[in-house]
Design a protein around this ligand. Structure first.
Ligand SMILES: *Cc1c(COP(=O)(O)O)cnc(C)c1O
Length: 389
């Protein structure tokens, strides 16, 4: 890449595809490769494509400690959450049920609940604590007689805060309440085993773990069995839960990404923790910059910082040597404060002065050092107390 290209610090928006994943994917496209329709049962080409899909299914299943038959391929985590939430409500025939989720979920979950509210259901939205984590006791306190399902993200995409999914999962299992988890930001970063977490439905995205965009999966528990109704009707693929010709190259890519994630998890965690400490140490030396979120209970690769008193838009524009976002990737034309930071209790000015730095597998200590130098230079020129110090 061009030496003047910005440093990529937006891994939470999407990760680059790992070269080993890209190589496998490109071998699933052309006539001399594994290009066929995995549903073609009458020839060798189809059988080979089906085999590639099933290898990938077992790789994703292995990453989360599931059975292959519990993995349903989708186009991403957005679709997985749509099938999970709407599909569960439909399969149960629920008419006026109660649901609990958090105020800091990804839009793909929040918008499903808004849709369900429109159908006459009730939804409680739990605010996070000041450190960005959602209190499990606060969720338990909201459970009512007709609470049918709880949905809570494992790791928040703006702050990196990790929720205690295992504690909630065990409680909900005892209560007989279904549990959906959006694991888009936790897979490949922290251990995610469905048996430990007691989840019933779990959304996954390939492009947050060095796989391709446009591929995801939904975990659907078999024991105790969870039923969901299809939201996409067609040829009855994926045991009727999600129709549509399987994208062999995308699926093989997600499988390979999952296998790499499992293999690299511990090593990568140590590496990213080192980079995180480097960032936090650099930031601690600059007065007026504050960490949004939890120092301890966070994935290492996401650091959300508040540059108090500095306009976020101006800051982002001045930091163009760094490829960053102000929080979630969905930035509108006019800068709106992040609903995640607002829910954590930040005032509008502080939320607007906050920027997310996210890094990953290919980030080097040298890049972090350069990024810190840029931040120091830009911040000292923009900070209101720059001249007074
Ligand atoms: C990226 C992301 C999604 C959406 O995933 P897609 O595969 O892009 O649909 C959902 N939830 C969280 C927390 C995310 O970070």
């Amino acid at each position: 890449m061009n030496a003047n290209a910005p440093i990529y610090l937006d891994y939470a928006a999407t990760t680059p595809v790992d070269p080993a994943v890209a190589e496998l994917m490109s071998a699933c496209l052309t006539l001399d490769g594994n290009f066929a329709n995995p549903a073609s049962r009458s020839h060798l080409f189809g059988w080979k494509a089906e085999e590639a899909v099933e290898i990938a299914r077992s790789q994703v299943a292995a990453l989360i400690g599931a059975d292959s038959r519990e993995i349903v391929w989708t186009s991403g985590a957005t679709e997985a959450s749509n099938i999970a939430l709407k599909g569960y409500v439909e399969a149960q025939g629920l008419k006026h049920a109660h649901f609990i989720t958090s105020a800091i979920e990804h839009k793909s979950v929040l918008d499903c609940f808004a849709y369900l509210e429109g159908l006459g259901h009730r939804v409680s939205y739990v605010k996070p604590q000041a450190d960005g984590r959602v209190s499990i006791d606060a969720i338990k306190a909201l459970i009512e007689g007709d609470t049918a399902l709880v949905s809570l993200m494992h790791v928040n995409n703006e702050t990196g805060a990790i929720n205690d999914i295992a504690e909630l999962g065990q409680y909900l299992r005892e209560q007989g309440i279904a549990f959906h988890v959006d694991a888009s930001q936790s897979l490949a970063k922290v251990p995610v085993k469905v048996a430990d977490l007691n989840v019933d439905l779990m959304s996954m995205s390939a492009h947050k773990m060095y796989g391709p965009k446009g591929q995801g999966a939904l975990y659907v528990r078999r024991c105790p069995e969870i039923n969901i109704s299809a939201q996409m009707h067609g040829g009855g693929h994926e045991r009727g839960m999600r129709s549509g010709t399987l994208a062999t190259h995308q699926i093989a890519g997600m499988g390979k990404a999952a296998a790499l994630a499992e293999q690299l998890l511990d090593k990568e965690h140590v590496q990213l923790q080192g980079l995180r400490e480097q960032v936090i140490k650099g930031i601690d030396a600059l007065p007026g910059i504050r960490l949004n979120g939890s120092r301890e209970h966070s994935v290492p690769g996401i650091v959300n910082l508040c540059f108090r008193g500095v306009d976020g838009e101006v800051l982002l524009l001045s930091l163009k040597e760094l490829a960053l976002s102000s929080g979630s990737a969905c930035m509108s034309a006019t800068m709106a404060p992040s609903y995640v930071l607002a829910a954590m209790g930040l005032n509008e000015a502080d939320a607007l002065s906050s920027i997310r730095f996210s890094f990953g597998r290919f980030t080097t200590a040298e890049e972090i050092q350069r990024a810190l130098a840029v931040i120091e230079r830009v911040y000292s020129s923009l900070s209101p107390n720059a001249t007074s110090n």
